[in-house]
Design a protein around this ligand. Structure first.
Ligand SMILES: NC(=O)C1=CN([C@@H]2O[C@H](COP(=O)(O)OP(=O)(O)OC[C@H]3O[C@@H](n4cnc5c(N)ncnc54)[C@H](O)[C@@H]3O)[C@@H](O)[C@H]2O)C=CC1
Ligand SMILES: O=C(CO)[C@H](O)[C@H](O)COP(=O)(O)O
Length: 299
């Protein structure tokens, strides 16, 4: 099979390499010529524009988008659409909002698959977990590519119609936020608590047979090994947040309670206050107001 890949960053290069390793051909494009050169070094045929990539693919085009969610996906689809017909298949493997994917599937001249991708850069060796939405025939057509990009045939599934792949990935990320939050809370108590603990050792022993072992916990162990038990100069600030926000918005719309995921998202927003949390500063001052407790002042 021949696959066009557009977007050759951390994730797109892995798609290129795994598809090449499985014996398929790849045509690759990115706005960044250096990224195209890297893909070409791995064995892909370089393209210098979306139109050039489409020309090089010939009939029955199979194209994987791995660009940032949002405008980059729409811009790429605008450029691609004149070159597409209904026997072509486009996969969006990024973290797109599921309602955008439903809209794009309706507008696209090709069959459109929304594919939630989990596993991060570690997927280069392990392969990814892929959650795919869209027409069954298109999923069937792309199965050799999904087999290559995923951990194997068990690493991908068709979730349902358009939007369902990105819907499942959105909620996966909400779970990811909450898991990070709960590991964070446990390790914070261990760090602040009554014993002087080596947190790498704690994470290591938990990862060996404990109920709460997981890949995220292995990444906690790695973080303590590389940064120290006090996390050294790692800042108290968490970026990202789009998929978690969408998860909470969807929960509100469906009236499903998600207190843990909401709290984790809220902690992220709270971490970004440059000048300390206003609500905490006000609580500090109010304790003086009602109880004449000493106000803690900034240095
Ligand atoms: N990094 C991660 O762990 C994961 C990322 N994702 C999703 O995969 C997608 C890609 O993520 P990364 O590879 O991490 O991002 P990245 O920032 O490493 O790479 C994005 C690439 O897209 C290129 N690009 C941007 N706009 C373009 C356009 N209009 N046409 C062609 N190329 C364009 C950039 O030059 C860059 O090379 C995002 O939607 C992200 O949310 C999904 C799962 C995990
Ligand atoms: O999808 C992912 C992992 O599963 C990406 O790493 C994503 O960027 C994580 O979300 P956020 O940036 O909001 O932390």
């Amino acid at each position: 099979m021949q696959l066009g890949v557009i977007g050759l960053g951390r994730m797109g290069q892995i798609v290129v390499e795994r598809v090449l390793d499985a014996g398929h051909d790849v045509v690759a494009f990115d706005l960044d010529p250096e990224a195209v050169a890297t893909a070409a070094d791995a064995g892909a045929e370089p393209a210098d524009s979306v139109a050039d990539l489409a020309d090089r693919l010939g009939d029955e085009k199979r194209i994987w988008l791995m660009v940032p969610a949002g405008e980059a996906v729409d811009a790429t689809l605008d450029d691609l659409d004149p070159h597409l017909s209904d026997d072509d298949v486009v996969v969006d493997g990024g973290n797109s909002y599921f309602e955008d994917s439903v809209r794009r599937a309706e507008a696209c001249s090709a069959a459109y698959l929304d594919c939630g991708t989990s596993g991060g850069p570690a997927g280069a060796e392990l392969g990814f977990s892929l959650m795919v939405g869209g027409p069954a025939w298109a999923y069937g057509e792309l199965t050799p590519v999904f087999d290559a990009v995923a951990t194997g045939p068990d690493g991908h599934e068709r979730m349902g119609p358009a939007g369902s792949g990105h819907y499942v990935k959105m909620i996966h990320n909400g779970v990811e936020y909450a898991l990070m939050q709960t590991y964070g809370e446990g390790f914070e108590l261990l760090h602040e608590g009554r014993y002087d603990l080596d947190l790498e050792n704690v994470a290591s022993v938990w990862n060996n047979g404990a109920v709460i072992r997981s890949w995220l916990l292995e990444l906690c162990e790695e973080a303590f090994r590389e940064e120290g038990s006090d996390l050294g100069d790692v800042a108290d600030r968490i970026e990202g947040g789009s998929t978690g926000t969408w998860t909470v918005q969807e929960a509100l719309e469906q009236e499903v309670p998600l207190p843990l995921i909401y709290t984790a998202l809220s902690e992220r927003f709270g971490s970004r206050a440059d000048d300390g949390r206003f609500s905490r500063r006000l609580a500090n001052r109010l304790r003086y107001g009602f109880g004449r407790h000493e106000v803690q002042r900034r240095d």
